[in-house]
Write a protein that binds this ligand. Structure first.
Ligand code: NDP
Length: 284
């Protein structure tokens, strides 16, 4: 049996080409697309992510504006900036790079973003719409996973889907999206008993744990589709996922590589959400 490699890099490139054409069409009608990217402090990983997001925007013609605030910026000042951007018609999406410094209440900041500019889909209003099956935006990582499945013709309908991890950013919304597509969904977490046994039931296994090579071949059913969300940098500098790629790719029917799998799709989905936000705001 040959294993299908789900190439997120290639698919994200195709999506970006489509978005670029749509942005150009909007620009021709006098409508620009703008994303505000807010970064607080100087966390090196956050800086890398923000730079990537700005580069992605430039690639498709979205105008990104960075707001870099010092780590000791008072919460009130950040909230005031968000309120100003909420009212700025040239800004269609607002992204606050997480994590924020410990002195700032993340929930309060997310709540301050206007739901119609919440391109990360973190605001309770958008999370609620997702729960109710009527989302405006899809959260970037789980949304990217669904695009990959669709592109490969893998339909969750009626399938046993196991999601490992229950974070608000990945695991929980992933489970909701698979459920909304009629998967039979089980969610595992740190208190799940016999996790390998549960994972072995999966036709589609999505892993978002944050532990290098946590899932090994003995936890994977022959022929399963395995989506590895994890990004872990080892001491030797190598980046690996939450799935032991070498052994699991020998039993899976399809698998995402790390890097080059879910990561690029997450980035593409942010652009897609920004365009969606702009279209809604322009009434298009
Ligand atoms: P979190 O740390 O927020 O959540 C991890 C989840 O894994 C928790 O629900 C936790 O359970 C569960 N978990 C931890 N240990 C175990 C265990 N031993 N057995 C079973 N479950 C366990 O991480 P995120 O969801 O934010 O991210 C997960 C991974 O995905 C990370 O590697 C991150 O870097 C990566 N990531 C990748 C993205 C991409 O674009 N590819 C985007 C976002 C994240 P509990 O709730 O019980 O504590």
């Amino acid at each position: 049996m040959s294993t299908l490699i789900l190439d997120g890099k290639k698919l994200s490139q195709r999506i970006k080409e489509e978005l670029k054409a749509e942005v150009a069409e909007m620009n021709a009608r006098g409508a620009t697309v703008g994303l505000a990217v807010i970064i607080v402090g100087d966390d090196p990983a956050s800086r890398i992510y923000v730079n990537w997001k700005k580069k992605d925007c430039a690639e498709v013609g979205i105008k990104s504006t960075e707001f870099a605030l010092a780590a000791d910026t008072p919460e009130e000042e950040l909230i005031r900036l968000i309120e100003r951007l909420n009212n700025d018609p040239s800004i269609n999406g607002i992204l606050v790079q997480l994590p924020l410094p410990g002195s700032i209440n993340e929930d309060r900041v997310i709540n301050a973003i206007s739901p119609e500019k919440d391109v990360d889909c973190f605001h309770p209003f958008n999370v609620g719409r997702l729960m109710l099956g009527d989302p405006v935006f899809l959260p970037c990582t789980p949304g990217g996973v669904m695009e990959m499945l669709d592109d490969a013709g893998i339909d969750p309908k009626g399938k046993e889907c196991v999601v490992v991890g229950r974070s608000n950013i990945v695991g929980k919304p992933q489970a909701i999206l698979l459920l909304s597509r009629h998967g039979t969904v089980t969610v595992c977490h740190s208190r799940t008993r016999n996790i390998e046994e549960v994972c072995r039931r999966a036709d589609i296994l999505v892993v978002a744990v944050g532990k290098p090579e946590f899932i090994r071949a003995d936890a994977v059913k022959e022929g399963a589709v395995v989506i590895d969300v994890g990004i872990n940098r080892l001491e030797n500098g190598k980046v690996v996922g939450d799935v032991h790629y070498e052994s699991v790719s020998a039993v899976a029917s399809a698998i995402t590589p790390v890097p080059g799998g879910v990561g690029p799709m997450t980035r593409a989905m942010l652009l897609k959400n920004t365009l969606t936000a702009a279209k809604l705001q322009y009434g298009l």
